[in-house]
Design a protein around this ligand. Structure first.
Ligand code: PLP
Length: 456
């Protein structure tokens, strides 16, 4: 690499950038919870990018595993070969998963994993002669990925809108479980969960249960709502309805899984086992791109004894270096007891958030589990009125936070105007109490500056 730090404004750069800055910072280093740019500026990575870097940056064990794998073999197509890190990673995941999840398929990221989960679900139906089952029921205001199949399942209006002609797949959307926004006055959590489950079953009956393939949901909604877990009992009721109607339950744990909530799988806290679990981000912790689809033994049996062979396939499936990195990440998390640490530190993180931000008039809700926390911002706490969507508050918060050396993950109010701007925090599992407090301090200052800059 050159000695002189690379500097390019957008006009000079030949990259089609997604960073909005006129001259995007150049990432040149990473240590623990910190990223370092070309000028030596340090950024506290309080969202692990987008809930990715759960082990922090620069872990030497992962580096060593990647180099060792490169010394053996970088790539061997899974149409011909298996490889050791893939086999060992599959063992590790199926041993950590709920009983009866014996098989896993590896891809290169979250969207690919969602696509694969949907195709595996459909293949399962086809192999069983259940040809009418094509429809997917997902939830409004959800995000399941950027490729067209995953975007079809996505319920977030803004993300779907430009691509509507292509994403009008066989998908219907029902309400998300978002107590702060949609629980009725006087309604209990139990009552709210039961009402949503009844609404889901009504939709299922309207569609015709024999046409419905799967229900797809995030156990804790991440990017679009800001760390919103379901109320107690909701997923148990959904599980029961799916089982009764022969509908597969697919949980998208791309963002909330792999320890982030204080459980290896987020659905453990909901006390249920789905039929398919989809994961990515924290699986490889950003050291390599990787996603995975964990399927129940029953689904695996049908696929493996079926006529079609596995119909989902990508060139880089089970990539040896990606699997070696993810294996080293997951072994490090296990050896360092980091999931238990997140479970213990989660309440500390929540307390710090409430102490640091809870009294501010614009903080409507602080929520989440473990190291997956959301702060929803409102113009009025009493009425929960969101700030105007057009004001661009969340984008300004991102900018102001970055200028203060903080990486967080703000998101916009939805186009339907029903929920507010929010900020997602998803720090590495190794974050100290001091680092968590510093992140909250910088975030508070960034929100104040953003409110002033947008005149809100
Ligand atoms: N599902 C969820 C819940 C996500 O949050 C994301 C990404 O943010 C995806 C799927 C898509 O993952 P990727 O960006 O790796 O394709």
């Amino acid at each position: 690499m050159s000695e002189i730090p690379l500097r390019r404004n957008r006009a000079q750069s030949r990259v089609l950038h997604r960073a909005s800055a006129a001259e995007p910072a150049v990432a040149v280093g990473g240590e623990g919870c910190w990223l370092i740019d070309q000028d030596g500026r340090r950024y506290l990575d309080a969202s692990g990018g987008a809930a990715v870097s759960c082990l922090g940056h620069g872990d030497p064990r992962v580096r060593a595993a990647i180099l060792a794998q490169l010394d053996r073999v970088a790539f061997a197509h899974t149409g011909f070969f298996t490889n050791e890190p893939m086999e060992r990673l599959a063992d590790l995941l199926s041993e950590a998963a709920p009983e009866g999840f014996g098989k896993v398929c590896f891809v290169s990221g979250g969207s690919e994993a969602i696509e694969s989960a949907l195709k595996i679900a459909r293949q399962h139906a086809v192999e069983r002669g259940d040809l009418a089952r094509t429809r997917v029921i997902a939830r409004r205001q959800s995000y399941h990925g950027n490729t067209l199949g995953a975007l079809s399942a996505t319920g977030n209006v803004g993300r779907r809108r430009p691509f509507l002609p292509w994403v009008m797949g066989d998908v219907v959307h029902v309400a998300p479980c978002h107590a702060y926004r949609y629980r009725l006055p006087g309604e209990s959590d139990t009552g709210y969960g039961a009402r949503l489950a009844a609404e889901f079953e009504r939709e299922l009956l309207i569609q015709g249960p024999e046409t419905v393939l799967a229900f797809l949901a995030e156990p804790v909604v991440g990017a679009t709502l800001g760390a919103v877990p379901a109320v107690e009992g909701y997923f148990k009721a959904i599980r029961e309805i799916c089982t009764r109607h022969g509908v597969l339950l697919i949980l998208d744990e791309v963002m909330c899984g792999m320890g982030r909530t204080g459980h290896t799988f987020a659905c453990e806290a909901d006390g249920i086992a789905p039929d398919i679990i989809v994961m990515a981000k924290g699986l490889g912790a950003g050291y390599q791109p990787i996603g995975a689809v964990l399927v129940s033994d029953e689904i695996a049996r049908v696929i493996e004894t079926g006529r079609l062979g596995l119909t989902t396939g990508h060139t880089y499936m089970g990539h040896p270096v990606a699997c070696a990195a993810a294996l080293a990440v997951q072994e490090a998390i296990r050896d360092d007891g980091l999931v238990a640490r997140v479970r213990e530190m989660g309440p500390v993180f929540e307390r710090l958030l409430r102490e640091g931000l809870g009294d501010r008039p614009y903080v409507g809700d602080i929520r989440g589990r473990g190291f997956f926390r959301g702060i929803e911002l409102v113009a009025d706490r009493e009425s929960k009125a969101p700030f105007p969507a057009g004001a661009g508050l969340w984008k300004k918060i991102k900018e102001e936070a970055f200028a203060r050396g903080l990486i967080c993950y703000p998101g916009g109010g939805t186009v339907d105007g029903l929920s507010g701007d929010h900020v997602l925090l998803a720090p590495p599992f190794i974050a100290t109490e001091e680092e968590l407090a510093l992140a909250i301090d910088r975030l508070g200052a960034a929100i104040d500056a953003a409110l002033a800059a947008t005149g809100l």
